[in-house]
Design a protein around this ligand. Structure first.
Ligand SMILES: Nc1nc2c(ncn2[C@@H]2O[C@H](COP(=O)(O)OP(=O)(O)O)[C@@H](O)[C@H]2O)c(=O)[nH]1
Ligand SMILES: [Mg+2]
Ligand SMILES: [Zn+2]
Length: 344
């Protein structure tokens, strides 16, 4: 399908509408970010495609964001986000990388073959819970896995309330279950490792057979157009789907709440530990270790919980340190500028 012509088909919702005052409603153009390049943002509006160039005064935006333009096509403001999926930027970079905004349902995609890994699923769940989007687990390549049901049960044990679907992403009927999350105006995004079937799933769900229907893509870090970048797709019935590239490194930062929600069983058990600051290592009266001894809690799960917590704390601390440094620097610059101004 080509670019939609109505706001609703682009995923516009009451949540965003409520943020507009009368003046803005009458005079502004509502736009959605459908791709972000290093040089600027591609936007979809009811009047067709627009773009705005990167400028230091612009807030950092990402695919899925909603913003207002004035009648000259200039940026007015970014609307508050309903959800935001982000990670720590890859490598040694001390920054957050935004992945997608205003996603209603986050499809965490894992394949039932080589990729299957419960700890990685927990990592994605922590990020998803923190994002504000509702996570949904999609296990692909069911057709290639003889014990799909057993693996599906193991994922379900991570969270009894989580929806876990096992599909053959190449087969439309097999993906029918996922259409419950199809609603006009809702935005779905697929995330997961490379090769698990995210693009295949998006194509099957949108009824397209070719990835080139992915109207617009963003660039990779070198400014090349790639087939592995994020892209936004639209279905006939008004659902918006965001495809993302596989992320090899998915580090957590400022994800306290997401971790707590992902490991709510451990959180609950911890309230029964003898010491309120129990680290569940070797302390006496540890209810968490007791649950492991009794076989009601997986030791792997506690190890992953501790690992993700440590990673989260480390990244958050260094990010905050960097931000404090930046604030100090900008204060210093302002002081120098105002001293110079006074001297004139
Ligand atoms: N048999 C089978 N192959 C699949 C399934 N899902 C994806 N594939 C294949 O796996 C490969 C990678 O899929 P792709 O969608 O590009 O993965 P992505 O990197 O997550 O976007 C392709 O060759 C797909 O045809 C599935 O459920 N069953
Ligand atoms: Mg892909
Ligand atoms: Zn304990």
């Amino acid at each position: 399908m080509n670019l939609p012509s109505t706001l609703q088909q682009l995923g516009w919702q009451a949540f965003f509408q409520q943020q507009l005052n009368l003046q803005e409603f009458e005079h502004c153009v509502i736009a959605r970010v459908i791709a972000n390049h290093r040089s600027g943002y591609e936007l979809a509006t009811e009047q067709g495609l627009r773009s705005i160039a990167i400028h230091p005064a612009l807030p950092q935006m990402v695919i899925g964001d909603w913003l207002l333009l004035d009648d000259h096509g200039r940026f007015v403001r970014l609307l508050s986000r309903k959800s935001l999926f982000k990670r720590k930027a890859a490598g040694s970079q001390l920054a957050e990388q935004l992945i997608a905004a205003n996603v209603d349902t986050l499809l965490i995609v894992c394949s039932l073959n080589h990729d299957f890994n419960l700890s990685r699923i927990e990592r994605y769940l922590a990020l998803a819970h923190d994002s504000g989007a509702e996570p949904l687990l999609v296990l692909t390549k069911k057709d290639l896995c003889p014990d799909a049901e057993r693996l599906q049960q193991r994922v379900q044990q991570l969270d009894p309330l989580l929806v876990v679907a096992a599909v053959n992403a190449l087969d439309s009927d097999s993906c029918d279950e996922l259409r419950h999350w199809y609603k006009a105006g809702s935005t779905l995004a697929v995330v997961g490792s490379s090769g698990v079937g995210k693009s295949t799933l998006v194509n099957t769900l949108t009824g397209n057979t070719e990835q080139k229907t992915a109207a617009i893509r963003d660039d990779d870090s070198k400014g090349r157009h790639t087939t592995t970048a994020r892209s936004m797709h639209f279905t006939e019935d008004g659902t918006v789907l965001i495809d993302t590239p596989g992320m090899r490194e998915l580090q957590l930062t400022e994800c306290d709440d997401g971790i707590r929600r992902t490991f709510s069983d451990i959180d609950e058990l911890a309230t029964q530990c003898r010491f309120s600051d129990c680290q569940h290592k070797a302390e006496p009266g540890c209810a968490v270790r007791q649950a492991i001894d009794e076989g009601t809690l997986d030791a792997r799960r506690l190890t992953n919980f501790q690992k993700l917590n440590a990673e989260q704390a480390r990244n958050t601390a260094s990010l905050q340190e960097r931000r404090a440094g930046e604030r100090q620097f900008s204060k210093m610059v302002k002081a120098v500028v105002s001293t110079k101004a006074r001297r004139k």
